[in-house]
Design a protein around this ligand. Sequence first.
Ligand SMILES: [Zn+2]
Ligand SMILES: [Zn+2]
Length: 338
Amino acid sequence: MTALTTAPFLAGAGRVEHRPRSYPGPGPGQLLVRPRANALCGSDAGLWRGGSPVVAGHEAAGTVVAAGRDTTTPVGTRGVIYLMAYCGRCRSCRAGATNLCLDKAGDMGFNRDGGLGPLEVVEERMFFPIGDDLPFPLATMLLDVMGTSGAALNRALSVRPGIESLLITGAGPVGLGVLAVARLRLGADVPIHISDVSEWRLAFAESLGGIPVHARSVSSRVAGVPEVDAAVDASGRAGARRSALDRLSRRGVLVCVGHGEQLHLDVSPDLISTGRAVLGSEYFPYADLPAALELLRRNTGYLGRIVTHTFDVSETGLAFETFLSGESGKVVVTQDGE
Ligand SMILES: [Zn+2]
Ligand SMILES: [Zn+2]
């Protein structure tokens, strides 16, 4: 079974072109999913400007419309789609680190047709059922917003259990996700400082319970923050990372989750005599999704506030412009009137 349809392509320079696209039927172990909502991500911005040969979108929620041989997921099941086509067999996957798969077959929306299109072909192990009650736009929060953020927080807690103060540099979608997940998991008594150069984002972060910190606009360096037990850099900026490290207490941990610039370490004072750690965190393990779903179900009102805009897929261009304006939380593109 092959479905011939049209799909929106990011053609570069901020243009969206609807082109014919055929989708193969699901092969053995695969599902054909109809995306109903797809959240935009900072990592889509490059595709928006430079174009993409595949349909973009890697934060999708939708419904199974066909199931291949050797699958058990019924047609009609609602769920979200994990970014990575992980193998499930390698040393990383067997240890649960599907986000660090050694034999990854692809990434949805980057080299496989993704969630802005009318269909997605995915391995069944990449699909995570969400039940029948959660709206699709809200369900996309399980992916980069809660998943990536939750994994970064887990990395910090693995080094520094009992975090009593936190600094987040960068109040974009991932930084806001870290703020929200940390507030829910660490409790409202733990002060969470969050820095950005955007007034809009700082005000939004404050409305979610963060303590706003104005970063210097050129370097993204942060000043005026007390010592913290842990920091998460979601900005990718060298200045932000450096000042986050400088604010760490003894035994403190910095987790870098935003790709971007470098970080220079002076090992003796930065790490050895202070007992600090610097860690990286990439996406999140698939096995984190059930806990994220529980957290989302218990806090739909609070976490739902991170989605500030939804647009129909026919308005994908406007959705990107809104997302890239710097005056939005998460922007979600919907299909079929979701
Ligand atoms: Zn993303
Ligand atoms: Zn693997």
